[in-house]
Design a protein around this ligand. Sequence first.
Ligand SMILES: [Zn+2]
Ligand SMILES: [Zn+2]
Length: 107
Amino acid sequence: MSEPIVCARQWRRVMRVAGYRCQCTGACGADHTQGGGRCSREHDRPADKGPQRNRLLAAPADPTLSPTLAARAELRAWCGPCHATACRTARRARNEPDPAQGALFSP
Ligand SMILES: [Zn+2]
Ligand SMILES: [Zn+2]
């Protein structure tokens, strides 16, 4: 996992500012029209599929920051799917290898 471990107090502060709702406005590639341009997943609400509930995480707006830089970055609320996709999209935009997919191309 690449997201920094943030303490509970910090997490709650981020969530309060975000209204316990994912703050993705398209970094993941979705236009989130249903949420008015912002992801509508809210913390502890039932997930889109399956019996799980949404677990929002506090992570930097730039999901590809190294843990050292991320520790000092401003945090935003992300739902799991948006964060994962935004990571992948940002890496691809910079032509960095995607660790999740790199294995497919290694000899
Ligand atoms: Zn989201
Ligand atoms: Zn999103």
